[in-house]
Ligand binder design. Sequence first.
Ligand SMILES: [Zn+2]
Ligand SMILES: [Zn+2]
Length: 238
Amino acid sequence: MSIFKLAELLIFPTFCKLCTTLLDGEEEKVVCNSCLKKLTPSYSSCCVCCGRFFSSPVEPHICKQCLEQKPPYSLHRSCGFYDGELKDILLLFKYKGFRSLGKDLILFAINVMGEKHFLWQEMDVIIPVPLHPSRQRQRGFNQSKILAHELAKLKKIKIESRILIKIKNKPPQTSLDAKTRRRNLIGAFQVKNKSAIKGKTVLLVDDVFTTGATLAECSKTILKAGAKSVSALTLAQA
Ligand SMILES: [Zn+2]
Ligand SMILES: [Zn+2]
C-alpha cells in the first residue's frame, strides 16, 4: 500500500456504499471490488435485433415485436437485468452523483460483451442519449454522457457528445405505457451538426433500456440527419 493511500485511510476512511466494508484498495472509490465482482451479466438469450431478453431459454431469434415493426436502430444490447448489484450501482451513479462508477460500469459492459464485440468494432462515432438541459441542470450531469466518454476512451472511438440534443422536456416517462412514451418522444431530439454524422455508423449509449422508445426516437433523428446506421448499448434492461 502506498504511503498516500495509508494517510488517506487514516485521515478520511471511506466505506463501500453497498456493503460498508472499508475501502482500502488503491483503485477502490465508492464501491468495493468484491461488490463490483457481483455485477452479473444476463445469461438469457435475447432478440438478435432489439436485444430484449427472453424469459425462457430459447435460441437467439428475432422477437415478435421486431417482426411486426423493425426498430430504427440495427441492433441493441443490454448487459444485464435492472436488479441486484447492477441496479444498486446504477442508482448510486445516477442519483447520488458518484460519477467515478461510470468507468466501473463500462468495464463491466466490455467484459460482458467481449473485447471484440461488433458494437465497438464497426463504429465511427459514439453518441450519448441526451438529457433535456433543464433536467441536466437539476442532476448536475448526464449519466449517459459519462458512460459514453468512458467507452470512447477505452475503445478509442470518436465521441460526439453535443450534437444530439433534447429539445422537448416531457415529465419522467417511467409510469407511462410504451405507446404513450413513443408518442411523447416524437420530435423530442435534434441533431445540431449533421455533417459530423453524415454516412457514419453510430453507437448510442444509455444507462437503462425500458421500452426502447428513447433509443428508437434518437435513432430516427440520427438516421434522418444522414447517419448510415445506428446501434445501441445500455447497461441494464428493466
Ligand atoms: Zn462492497
Ligand atoms: Zn426484438
